[in-house]
Design a protein around this ligand. Structure first.
Ligand code: SAM
Length: 219
């Protein structure tokens, strides 16, 4: 799997992919990340990626041409038989979730994310360039970079080998019908807050019973 991220702020994306399980997964070559600076796909001397909205109104709108040029360049670089999907990050899109992530990981070799900024992206990108429009929640971010990072992180965890211990993936919340169980570590007592006794006893049957009982949602 290769994640392609199109942004005007490449420096926001890079550090995230150098740390933790995601960083290690990339280092091991379990997936690849390519970041594209949108300004490099402009054709004017000012490298303009935005302009004023038709019909008036506040703020600036991201232009369709550089985004189209970038997507074309990415698609031209892919092998013919590889499947790719272009995702526009958008507060108005369908809300992304674990199920959608699993489908994408199973089906595509390339996920291409477009990060919007300003007042948003020229609607022709949603209509003619992107295949899907995804939101990461019902709120407005300043840009699509966080959304692209959230979605790539969720997908990357599902790639075989990325999590050191595959068991974590099986028991994780949202990968099954139930939520993950609460976890504790040393010390047994901090202030007067105690770890449940059953977890200290080594009775695996009882531990399983306790964990199953506590797989509950908080909201
Ligand atoms: C300031 S927002 C634009 C918001 C737009 N004017 C609106 O009200 O829907 C700039 C960019 O951030 C990204 N964005 C904002 N909220 C998002 C969300 N909840 N999920 C995904 N991307 C989001 C999109 O790429 C968007 O084009």
């Amino acid at each position: 799997m290769t994640f392609h991220i199109i942004t005007i702020f490449p420096e926001i994306i890079r550090p995230y992919f150098s740390k933790g399980v995601i960083g290690m997964g990339r280092e091991k070559g379990l997936f690849d990340l390519k970041i594209y600076n949108l300004r490099e796909f402009t054709t004017d001397k000012h490298r303009k990626v935005d302009d004023t909205p038709y019909g008036g109104g506040p703020g600036m709108v991201m232009k369709v041409e550089p985004i189209f040029n970038c997507i074309q360049a990415i698609k031209d670089s892919l092998a013919k038989k590889e499947k790719s999907l272009v995702i526009l990050t958008s507060a108005r899109g369908k809300v992304f979730n674990q199920k959608k992530a699993k489908k994408l990981v199973d089906k595509y070799q390339h996920l291409i994310f477009i990060c919007g900024r300003y007042e948003g992206v020229d609607q022709r990108v949603a209509e003619f360039v992107a295949d899907k429009e995804f939101s990461i929640g019902k709120y407005v971010l300043s840009g699509g970079e966080l959304a692209a990072l959230v979605m790539t992180d969720v997908c990357a965890r599902l790639i075989e080998g990325v999590l050191g211990n595959e068991e974590s993936l099986i028991s994780e919340s949202y990968n099954q019908e139930e939520f993950d169980y609460p976890v504790y570590t040393k010390p047994e007592q901090f202030k007067n807050w105690l770890v449940p006794k059953v977890l200290l006893g080594g009775n695996h049957g009882e531990i399983k019973k306790w964990r199953d009982k506590h797989r509950v949602q908080k909201n």
